[in-house]
Write a protein that binds this ligand. Structure first.
Ligand code: KG4
Ligand code: ZN
Length: 344
């Protein structure tokens, strides 16, 4: 057969991921394995990812995670036809572990190596669940490290940034607000849960960059985080009990409102009819509900991969690698370097 097996390696932040996909002769991409090891618990007491700890954890986890992915798929290393690895953006030391591993496997197996962009991986992963993307679509990428609007004109061919956060990422805002409220890290899941019991209209938190003179497609979340901190402080000084569920619901509403309003507006400005939402924050219940509502009203098809595919993993890198292989692009040279600031 002309099917090809593509292996993907991800190590840009705190997840060590190894994924395997099958690239069909027709360009279709099928998920075969998705093994992830996370060092999130080791970072929890610091309230954020500690780069040195992440790098060491990748080193320990890489080989066992590779083994798990192979076992899950029933394949052997000798079945692999190409290797894709996250070249950037991400933490320098963390990326270097994945890139070094990918080079070693590429040489040992004598198969081509493809350094790919992590952000493109977050978009490409959707094809594993929902099939090929239309020739043009918009992606809203929201995680602990990124908050971006991307115009996708071929996931392996052309991705251009339409807007991005000018300060904190959306997930970062969740993590910082969780800290203010004494909730565990990462802050997204506990805030999402508490918000279910709160009133989203209880507190009118600011919507960043939504004034008439503000950038249409950029985001800002640091003012929102400060507003939450001030509001909580004022209540505490006055000796009042902080209504945590209402704070969570009102904060969450502000984030979901801005993200969905700007994504729909960008889609309309660019004339695209499909929106993909990916990254860890895509798991947020209010974000997906409001996006579904607003996309339906605007006639936009919404695609949100399941949470497991939205957070960092190796399958997304294997998926993007497969699309790159299918595009006929040249492999990367063996002196491929980690690129912490790699642009889209
Ligand atoms: O994509 P991801 O796993 O890692 C990167 O940052 O690349 O995203 C993690 C981020 C964290 O900031 C976490 O708080 C947030 O995603 N997150 C959520 C939810 N689940 C995870 N944010 C809001 N609501 C959620 N349900
Ligand atoms: Zn990511």
């Amino acid at each position: 057969t002309t099917d090809r097996i593509v292996l993907g390696i991800e190590s840009s932040c705190d997840e060590t991921g190894v994924g395997l996909v099958r690239l069909g002769a027709d360009g279709s991409v099928e998920l075969l394995a998705d093994a992830v090891a996370s060092s999130v618990d080791e970072h929890a007491r610091f309230g954020g990812v500690v780069p040195e700890i992440a790098s060491r954890a990748h080193l320990t986890a890489m080989t066992p995670t590779m083994r798990r992915a192979l076992d899950e798929s029933g394949l052997e290393l000798s079945d692999v036809d190409a290797i894709a690895v996250t070249a950037g953006p991400g933490l320098a030391g963390a990326l270097m572990v994945g890139v070094a591993a990918a080079k070693a496997y590429s040489v040992a197996l004598d198969v081509p190596l493809y350094g790919v962009n992590h952000l493109g991986g977050h978009v490409a992963v959707d094809t594993l669940q929902h099939g090929a993307l239309p020739s043009r679509c918009l992606a809203l990428l929201v995680s602990g490290g990124h908050s971006q609007l991307l115009l996708v004109e071929g996931v392996a061919e052309r991705i251009t940034q339409v807007g991005s956060t000018i300060d904190d990422a959306a997930g970062e805002a969740y993590d910082k607000v969780a800290r203010i409220l004494d909730l565990p890290y990462p802050g997204g899941p506990p805030i999402d849960k508490l918000a279910q019991q709160g009133d989203p209209k209880a507190i009118a938190f600011p919507r960043g960059l939504t004034g008439p003179r503000d950038s249409r497609h950029d985001f800002s979340f640091s003012g929102l985080k400060t507003a939450v901190a001030r509001w909580v402080e004022t209540e505490q000084r006055a000796g009042r009990e902080v209504p945590v569920a209402d704070v969570c619901a009102s904060f969450q509403e502000a984030v979901a409102d801005v993200l969905t309003a700007k994504a729909v507006r960008a889609a309309q400005d660019l004339g695209v009819d499909t929106l993909v939402i990916s990254g860890g924050v895509a798991a947020n219940s209010r974000l997906s509900a409001l996006a579904a509502e607003r996309c339906a009203a605007a006639g936009i098809t919404l695609r949100v991969p399941k949470p497991r595919l939205c957070t960092d993993n190796g399958a997304m890198i294997a998926a993007l690698g497969a699309h790159v292989v299918a595009s006929g692009a040249k492999p990367s040279p063996l002196d491929l370097a980690a690129a912490p600031d790699l642009p889209v």
